[in-house]
Design a protein around this ligand. Structure first.
Ligand code: IMP
Length: 199
């Protein structure tokens, strides 16, 4: 289905507010296909391991749910919550833990599951605290990577899609907690008085 038709369908089903419009960037089918491939890549690197996925709330929930179902072999999962202090130019780069892990990651093969890598400050912080818990292996998988925006020196081990520096919503990603439930990933266009906060 061409992009405009898909966006129209999404608008009809999920609605949108005045001053906001959406353009499909990555369709459901492409998301599904890439998540399948990521699951294969991870399993190829850790063929016999019990994989423990840790999703970063809340953006990674659909990605983690789909990835976990595509992975063969033993899989368990947990979630961690974070929020950042400040944003954009006034960012302190500090990240606050809002929900800790439920189970220990010590001596486990851990795959940290993030929705999007932007400045990289969140991932860098999480990797530092995860390392302190001495997992056997620690790898990161991110579904989207805005390479241009990187501030922290950090790279994901597995990446779904490099994307341009645009604000995206859907498949877990939000704007003011809305649009997470869109099945595709869309660029959100706002009239100038409604700009999203810089991440
Ligand atoms: P980082 O610490 O700057 O890499 O930020 C990562 C977090 O910012 C992600 O986990 C998202 O929650 C959020 N984020 C960054 N870019 C976007 C976007 O385009 N849409 C929605 N959330 C975003």
């Amino acid at each position: 289905m061409p992009g405009k038709k898909k966006a129209k369908k999404i608008h009809e089903k999920h609605g949108f507010r005045p001053g906001e419009s959406l353009r499909v960037l990555i369709s459901e089918a492409r998301l599904r296909g890439r998540v399948k491939e990521l699951a294969k890549e991870i399993r190829r690197d850790f063929p016999k391991h019990e994989l423990h996925l840790v999703g970063v709330l809340k953006g990674s929930v659909f990605f983690l749910a789909d990835l976990a179902r595509e992975l063969r072999g033993e899989v368990s999962f947990d979630f961690i919550g974070v929020s950042s202090y400040g944003s954009g130019a006034d960012s302190t780069g500090e990240v606050k833990l809002t929900k800790d892990l439920d189970v220990s990651i010590e001596s486990r093969t851990v795959i940290l599951v993030e929705d999007i890598l932007d400045t990289g400050l969140t991932l860098k912080y999480l990797l530092r605290i995860f390392e302190e818990h001495r997992p056997k292996h620690l790898r990161t998988v991110v579904l989207f990577d805005k390479v241009e925006r990187r501030i922290a020196d950090v790279k994901a081990d597995y990446t779904g899609f490099p994307i341009p520096n645009e604000f995206v919503v859907g498949y877990g990603l939000d704007f003011d907690q809305r649009y997470r439930n869109l099945p595709a990933v869309c660029v959100l266009r706002l009239s100038s008085n409604k700009k999203p906060k810089e991440h």
